[in-house]
Design a binder for this molecule. Structure first.
Ligand code: 5GP
Ligand code: ZN
Length: 121
């Protein structure tokens, strides 16, 4: 399967890995949108949020637990941070292996989106 994040999991492509266990790993985003921008991904290949099954609920919960632990480690658990999972093209998903963005280290605006040209969707 030609999946960038599976390649990072298999160590075929290098990444700045900050956390690993038997179910999930986390690494720094190559194009950070905040002073700290981490991606938490499952070892299991799941393409989008739409593909999450009942049997994956614990795994997805673990992704959130790891995100919170990493936020504590990065020093912004108490001040605040954001977790985001983009689903499909219109939401900006570009890598089709689910990943939880963990963004922090500065005040984050809300709403988070910017208008995209209608032709882009
Ligand atoms: P999406 O747009 O699918 O929600 O998020 C994909 C994220 O993966 C983007 O924030 C992008 O910067 C990041 N990304 C893309 N390619 C690589 C890579 O090779 N290494 C790392 N560490 N991050 C990547
Ligand atoms: Zn994958």
């Amino acid at each position: 399967m030609d999946c960038l994040f599976c390649k990072i999991l298999d160590k075929e492509i290098p990444a700045d890995i900050v956390y690993e266990d038997d179910q999930v790993i986390a690494f720094r985003d190559i194009n950070p949108q905040a002073p700290s921008h981490l991606l938490v991904i499952p070892r299991q290949h799941i393409a989008t949020s739409n593909d999450i099954q009942d049997a994956d609920c614990e795994l997805v919960g673990r992704m959130h637990l790891v995100a919170a632990k990493l936020a504590r480690q990065e020093g912004f658990a108490d001040s605040g941070y954001r977790t985001v999972m983009n689903c499909q093209e219109a939401a900006g998903q570009t890598v089709f292996h689910i990943h939880l963005h963990v963004l922090g280290g500065k005040p984050l605006g809300w709403p988070p989106y910017t208008e995209r040209p209608k032709t882009a969707i």
